[in-house]
Design a protein around this ligand. Structure first.
Ligand code: UAG
Length: 491
C-alpha cells in the first residue's frame, strides 16, 4: 500500500486518506490522486508538478517518472482514471440499473423522455444529459455531454445517495473513445441513429460507428440488452457479435413498430405496437418524424425496464421539451422563431423538413458551424441549407480557434453548388445576424436558428462571449412587437 492505494487486477482499493481523483491539475485538492493524460493539445504529465504543489498524494501516468510522491505507471491513463474514479465512489453503477443512450442525433430527447417515462412508472431515476445532470434532488447545468470519469462517477454516487435505482446516461462517442464510461456496467443501451458527425475526431465513419458499437459490445448476455433503430443502416454493424438480447424499433421495421396515424406541424398521433397486447396510442406534442423515432426509442427502452404500456400511453402527451431543441418563440402577428441544436447535415435536414411544415411563408435559416470540429460536414450543411431553406444567413457558431469567416466560406462552397442566390447575407456577429433576420422576415415566415441550442457562450480563441440564441431572438422579437406587444411566449 502506497499513499493509501492498492491495485489487484483492474480493481483499485483506496483508503480514507484519498480525498478524490482528478485528471486536471487545476482541480486537485490536498489528498487527491492526479491522473496525467496525454492529450492532443497538452500532455497531462507536464502538470504533475502543479498537481503535487496543490496537494496530490499520488500520481498515475503513462510515462516513466521519478517523483517525490508514489507514482503508478499504467498502460492507459484514461482507463486508470475511470477505474480510480469508480473505486473512489465505491462503484456506484453496480447498485444502479444503468441505461446508456448513444447515437448522432436525438440522444438528449431520448434521455429526457426515457427518464420521464420511468419516473412515471414509479422508478427513481437520475439523468445525465448534455443539457442538465439531475441526480434526484440536485440539477446542474452540463459542461460536457458525457462528463469526465471523476465527475461521472461522482454524479452516479450522488444518485445512489439520493435513493435512485436507475441512471439514464447520455453517452457521446468522445465519452466512449476517451474511456469516460469504462467503469460502468451497462444494463441497457439505446442507439438513436448514426449519421455523419465528429469525423475530425474519429477520422472515418467506420471508426465512428465502431466507437459507438463499443457501448453495446460491453452488454453481457444476462443484461436487459440493446435497443437498436431498425431503420438506421448502421444498426446492423452495431449488432454484429453482440451477446446480449437485442430489441429493434422503427417506423419501417423493428420489433417495436410505430405508425404515424396523423401528423400536424406541431406533433403526431402515433400507434406503437410492441407485439404484446393492445398497441399504445397517444398524441406526441413534439413535431417531426425524427421525434417519433426518439419517442419509439424511449418507449422501447421503457418497456424493457418494465414500465407498463398504460403508464407510457398516459405520459406521452406530457413529455417535456428539451431546452434549445426546436424551441418555438411565438407572438401573434410576428414571424415564428425556432431555436434548434441541429449541427450535423442530417440534423439540419430533419429540422428544415419539420419547420417547412409549420409555416406558410418562407423559411429563413441562420447558422454557422463550430470551430475545431469536423470540417468536411460544412459544405454538406451548406448544400442542405440551400436545398431546404428559402433564405440563408451565415453567421458564427462558436469558432473556437478557427476564423469564423473561413468557416462561413466552407459552408458557402456547399450553398454555391445548389443555389448561390439562397445565401442572402453573411453576418458573422451572431446577435446582429439574428436581429437582422427577425426584422426582415414577414409574419408568415419562420426564422430557424440552428447549431447551438441552449448553449450560453460562444468561444473565440479562448475568449468567452455570453450569447444565448433564444435570448437574442426574444430581444429581436421584442423589438418588432414593442408597439403594444404584451410579451413573447416560449412554447
Ligand atoms: C477534443 C477533445 O476531445 N478534447 C478532450 C481531450 O482534450 P485534449 O486531448 O486536448 O487535452 P489537453 O487539453 O491537451 O490536456 C491534456 C490533459 O492535461 C490536463 N491539464 C491541462 C491543463 C492544466 O493546466 N492542467 C491539466 O492537468 C487536462 O485536464 C487533460 O487531462 O481530453 C480532455 C481530457 O479528457 C477532455 O477534457 C477534452 O474534452 C474537451 C473539454 C471537449 O471540449 N471535448 C468535446 C469535444 C467533447 O468531449 N464533446 C462530447 C460531445 C460531443 C457532441 O456530442 O457533440 C462530450 O461528451 O461532451
Amino acid at each position: 500500500m502506497a499513499a493509501g492505494i492498492t491495485k489487484t487486477g483492474d480493481e483499485w482499493r483506496l483508503s480514507d486518506v484519498i480525498q478524490g481523483v482528478a485528471i486536471d491539475s487545476r482541480l486537485v485538492k490536498p489528498g487527491y490522486i492526479f491522473v496525467a493524460i496525454p492529450g492532443a493539445i497538452s500532455d497531462g504529465h507536464a502538470f504533475v508538478e502543479d498537481a503535487i504543489n496543490r496537494g496530490a498524494v499520488a500520481i498515475v501516468g503513462e510515462h516513466p517518472l521519478n517523483l517525490p510522491v508514489p507514482y503508478f505507471q499504467v498502460e492507459s491513463s484514461r482507463r486508470a482514471a475511470a477505474e480510480l474514479s469508480a473505486a473512489y465512489y465505491h462503484y456506484p453503477s453496480r447498485d444502479l440499473v444503468t441505461i446508456g443512450v448513444t447515437g448522432t442525433n436525438g440522444k438528449t430527447s431520448v434521455v429526457y423522455w426515457l427518464t420521464a417515462l420511468v419516473r412515471a412508472g414509479g422508478i427513481s431515476a437520475g439523468m445525465i444529459s448534455s443539457v442538465v445532470n439531475d441526480t434526484g434532488n440536485r440539477v446542474r447545468n452540463s459542461i460536457l455531454t458525457t462528463p469526465e470519469s471523476p465527475e461521472l462517477q461522482r454524479q452516479l454516487w450522488e444518485m445512489r445517495q439520493n435513493g435512485a435505482t436507475h441512471a439514464v446516461v447520455e453517452v457521446s462517442s468522445h465519452g466512449i473513445a476517451q474511456r469516460r464510461v469504462d467503469e460502468i456496467g451497462w444494463d441497457l443501451a439505446v442507439l438513436t441513429n448514426i449519421t455523419r458527425e465528429h469525423l475530425d475526431f474519429h477520422g472515418t465513419m467506420e471508426n465512428y460507428v465502431a466507437t459507438k458499437a463499443k457501448l453495446f459490445q460491453r452488454l453481457p448476455a444476462d443484461s436487459l440488452g440493446a435497443v437498436l433503430n431498425a431503420d438506421n443502416r448502421y444498426s446492423d454493424v452495431v449488432r454484429e457479435g453482440l451477446v446480449c438480447p437485442v430489441v429493434t424499433y422503427g417506423l419501417e421495421a423493428g420489433d417495436v413498430r410505430t405508425e404515424i396515424l396523423e401528423a400536424t406541424a406541431w406533433g403526431s398521433r402515433v400507434r406503437i405496437d410492441a407485439g404484446q397486447g393492445r398497441p399504445i396510442e397517444a398524441q406526441l406534442n413534439h413535431p417531426g418524424q425524427y421525434n417519433v423515432y426518439n419517442l419509439t426509442a424511449a418507449v422501447t427502452a421503457a418497456l424493457a425496464l418494465g414500465v407498463s404500456p398504460e403508464v407510457i400511453q398516459r405520459v406521452i402527451p406530457e413529455l417535456p421539451g428539451v431546452p434549445g431543441r426546436m424551441q418555438v418563440l411565438q407572438q401573434p402577428g410576428q414571424p415564428t422563431v425556432i431555436v434548434d441544436y441541429a449541427h450535423t447535415p442530417d440534423g439540419l435536414t430533419q429540422s428544415l423538413i419539420t419547420v417547412r411544415k409549420m409555416v406558410e411563408g418562407r423559411v429563413w435559416l441562420v447558422f454557422g458551424a463550430r470551430g475545431g470540429r469536423d470540417r468536411g460536414k460544412r459544405p454538406e450543411m451548406g448544400r442542405v441549407a440551400a436545398t431546404l431553406a428559402d433564405c440563408v444567413v451565415l453567421t458564427a457558431d462558436s469558432p473556437n480557434d478557427e476564423e469564423p469567416d473561413a468557416i462561413a466560406e466552407a459552408i458557402r462552397e456547399g450553398i454555391d453548388t445548389v443555389d448561390p442566390a439562397k445565401l442572402i447575407k453573411i453576418e458573422l456577429d451572431r446577435a446582429r445576424a439574428i436581429h437582422w433576420v427577425v426584422k426582415e422576415a414577414q409574419a408568415t415566415d419562420c426564422v430557424l436558428i440552428t447549431g447551438r441550442g441552449p448553449e450560453p457562450y460562444q468561444y473565440f480563441h479562448g475568449r468567452r462571449v455570453v450569447l444565448k440564441d433564444s435570448d437574442v431572438a426574444l430581444d429581436a422579437l421584442g423589438e418588432r412587437v414593442r408597439k403594444g406587444a404584451d410579451g413573447v411566449g416560449i412554447h
